[in-house]
Design a protein around this ligand. Structure first.
Ligand SMILES: C[S@@+](CC[C@H](N)C(=O)[O-])C[C@H]1O[C@@H](n2cnc3c(N)ncnc32)[C@H](O)[C@@H]1O
Length: 237
């Protein structure tokens, strides 16, 4: 059902762009390379690293399903040797880390010289995985934090285009705008008039979300508006 909605009703462009970036990161990994998925959760991108030795680390503290982790640990202290990994995946995790510099330094430590990392991180997204949700980052914060840990950034860009940000805003409107008129107006006779207006707004927002997600996949506008996520590709010199 979830994949039917994802494919035909609301084709979430963020998920598709996340898949594309991680798939192409996997394609650049050579056979037998050792890969760490840091904060792996359900390990949605493990399949792109079948030709590698894939390991994962997660503290497994959130009330949600997890795939089995190689290392159940805080990312600030990964129980493995310096320079073990050729590649690191770090998707949608940085915002959950209270002390980001400590974790980026630890990822730098476990990455081989010449090894590379992909990081995706929201700039605009609702609070989630509470209470482990601490920050939203601008591109300048990413540049600062990655450089401070010792990484060199190869690419830093929007994950989706502005249509993706708008689609997400419309989706939020469709799902979260209260339908009960009493939430807006106290007068007893208004609800009858007001309910169709709110219901119409929510339905229009759902349609616009579906349209804008599709537009975002067809054309990624990144020179105006604001991003929903950034993607950073960096390496250890
Ligand atoms: C939003 S999920 C992303 C999961 C996965 N990377 C993905 O893209 O689907 C964030 C993950 O980071 C993990 N996490 C958050 N803080 C962590 C920490 N300090 N140490 C280890 N894992 C952490 C959570 O358990 C969760 O699985």
């Amino acid at each position: 059902m979830k994949s039917f909605i994802d494919k035909y009703i609301l084709p979430n462009s963020s998920r598709e762009y996340l898949r594309r970036y991680n798939r192409s990161f996997g394609q650049t990994a050579e056979n037998g390379m050792v890969v760490l998925d840091a904060g792996a959760g359900e390990q949605p991108y493990a399949k792109y690293f079948d030709h590698c030795t894939y390991e994962s680390a997660d503290f497994e503290m959130v009330d949600k399903p997890y795939a089995k982790s190689t290392y159940v640990c805080d990312l600030a202290q990964i129980p493995t040797a310096d320079g073990r990994f050729d590649r690191i995946l770090f998707n949608q995790v940085l915002e959950h880390i209270p002390e980001p510099s400590d974790v980026l330094s630890e990822l730098f430590r476990v990455l081989k010289p010449g090894g590379s990392i992909i990081c995706t991180c929201p700039f605009y997204y609702e609070e989630h995985e509470k209470p482990y949700d601490f920050y939203r980052y601008t591109q300048f914060a990413h540049r600062h934090l990655f450089a401070k840990a010792g990484f060199e950034i190869d690419r830093l860009e929007w994950l989706e285009g502005y249509f993706g940000t708008l689609a997400y805003q419309f989706q939020t409107m469709a799902l979260r705008l209260p339908l009960a008129p009493q939430r807006y107006l106290k007068r007893p006779w208004w609800p009858i008039l007001f309910w169709p207006v709110i219901a119409g707004l929510k339905a229009s927002a759902a349609l616009l979300a579906a349209l804008f997600y599709r537009l975002d996949l067809a054309c990624k506008i990144t020179d105006r508006g604001h991003p929903k996520n950034y993607v950073i590709l960096a390496h250890k010199p």
